[in-house]
Design a protein around this ligand. Structure first.
Ligand SMILES: NC(=O)c1ccc[n+]([C@@H]2O[C@H](COP(=O)([O-])OP(=O)(O)OC[C@H]3O[C@@H](n4cnc5c(N)ncnc54)[C@H](OP(=O)(O)O)[C@@H]3O)[C@@H](O)[C@H]2O)c1
Length: 284
């Protein structure tokens, strides 16, 4: 049985059905099963990684997909230790390309330390290091709805965004086939797109022209805190990561195509699938 952490998140929502389709038994973790939308074929279990009885959650698991939010090395190290004691044979950790590039921002450092904890725990391991997700563009929903506009901080880099279904497909391969023990995979989409180009592709999928506005970082910070309610510390972490990743976000890795035998999904694929998620109230 495969125990999936982060089962209700962007990656986990794509991963759980793919694992089930591959014939695996899946236990899916969430803090709130009443709110969670999880594939009904999975065994949904309640637990908060900060307080949970890990041995009970891990009982009977032979593989674990390790994804935590909040970038706590200690949380992942605790999962790795408990998994080892529970007899788990394979840990697959979701990390970030930032580790490959040696970034030193706090989010990347936490992933680097957690990778180390996973490698040293005992079970076989596989590390997946995706770059920025296409799903991050759901953050554009509110200003597209209210103003038909996407605001981006000046100097936003071209980015080789990856579709979460490609991450899920690689994770499924790693968790269900034998050849990926001890492997570390950097994962991106197939091409780097400027933010302006991404907005043009989304506009084509929506059938209307969405405006693209570049703004100073101070305005972007203000928007994240005031409009989206991000805590100041999270905004700092976001921009620290962004400053360090800006030089590398355009780098394309061929890993998805090499492993899956098909090209990565494109931003046009993503925009077409998600057009309905961008409603439009703007009458300006
Ligand atoms: N976004 C990017 O561009 C990007 C790029 C590279 C790497 N990453 C990495 O991807 C990871 C985030 O993945 P994601 O975007 O799929 O996640 P997400 O959509 O932010 O969802 C977070 C998941 O974590 C679970 N969770 C949060 N706190 C928890 C707790 N205390 N105990 C148990 N479960 C908890 C949530 O479950 P419930 O709410 O149901 O409990 C949910 O399933 C991070 O490590 C991030 O650094 C992101």
């Amino acid at each position: 049985m495969i125990f999936v952490l982060g089962a209700t998140g962007k990656v986990g929502r794509a991963l759980v059905p793919t694992l089930l389709d591959a014939g695996a038994d899946v236990r899916a973790l969430t803090r709130d099963p009443a709110k969670a939308t999880v594939d009904p074929r999975a065994d949904v279990v309640q637990g908060d990684l900060d307080t949970a009885d890990l041995p009970a959650l891990l009982d009977g698991a032979d593989r674990v997909f390790v994804l935590t939010q909040g970038h706590s090395t200690e949380r992942e190290a605790a999962v790795a230790r408990a998994a080892t004691r529970a007899g788990v044979t394979h840990l697959v950790k979701l990390s970030t390309t930032g580790v490959h590039f040696g970034q030193t921002d706090p989010i990347t450092r936490a992933h680097a330390d957690a990778e180390q904890a996973i490698r040293e725990a005992g079970p076989a391991w596989t590390i997946l290091r995706p770059g920025a997700f296409m799903d991050n563009r759901f953050a554009w929903r509110d200003t597209i709805r209210d103003e038909n506009t996407v605001y981006a901080a000046e100097g936003d880099p071209a980015s080789a965004l990856i579709h979460v279904r490609d991450i899920a497909a690689v994770a499924t391969l790693a968790l269900t086939t034998p050849d990926h023990h001890g492997a570390t995979y950097e994962l991106t989409g197939g091409e780097a797109l400027t933010t302006e180009r991404q907005v043009a592709i989304l506009s084509a999928a929506l059938g209307r022209s969405v405006k693209f506005v570049e703004e100073p970082e101070s305005a972007a910070r203000e928007r994240m805190m005031r409009k989206y309610g991000w805590p100041a510390q999270a905004v700092d972490g976001f921009f620290a990561l962004k400053r360090e990743s800006a030089q590398r976000e355009h780098v394309v890795f061929d890993t998805v195509e090499r492993l899956l035998g098909r090209p990565p999904l494109t931003f046009a694929n993503w925009a077409g699938e998600n057009a309905a998620a961008f409603p439009y109230h703007y009458r300006g």
